[in-house]
Design a protein around this ligand. Structure first.
Ligand code: FES
Length: 130
């Protein structure tokens, strides 16, 4: 039921771990099945320079996190915001329909992380502007 690409990422997930001093760290979970994703990013000059994650979940959840980590490495934050659940599923040659929603946590986590990062940056700039 899984594509070859899903199986390949499931068997060899890329970029697993947690960055030691991340710029931003977020956790998202899918309550319906209990899968969860802890995502850490290093951001420099509006660009993702490193990404690592820990995933607790099924094969599809592992594969979506793995391929998303490869896709965003080196991208600008605005480009990452253009990545959707569909982009990630397409990069894996599709996901089983029943997994489409629940396993696909990476885009939401990435967007949430960027929002958080930008909010913190704006607060910092405001504070230093006095
Ligand atoms: Fe893995 Fe729902 S069981 S995504």
């Amino acid at each position: 039921m899984y594509s070859e690409k899903v199986m390949e990422h499931f068997n060899n997930p890329r970029n697993v771990g947690i960055i030691k001093e991340p710029t931003v760290l977020v956790q998202v979970g899918e309550p319906s099945c209990g899968d969860s994703l802890l995502l850490s990013l290093k951001i420099e000059d509006e660009r993702i320079t490193d990404v690592k994650y820990k995933i607790y979940g099924c094969g599809a959840a592992i594969a979506t996190a793995s391929i998303a980590s490869e896709m965003v490495m080196g991208l600008t934050l605005d480009d990452v915001l253009n990545i959707t659940d569909r982009t990630i599923a397409d990069a894996l040659d599709g996901l089983p329909p029943e997994k489409m929603h629940c396993s696909n946590m990476a885009a939401g986590a990435l967007h949430g992380a960027i929002r958080e990062y930008r909010k913190a940056l704006a607060a910092e700039q405001q504070a230093s502007a006095g």
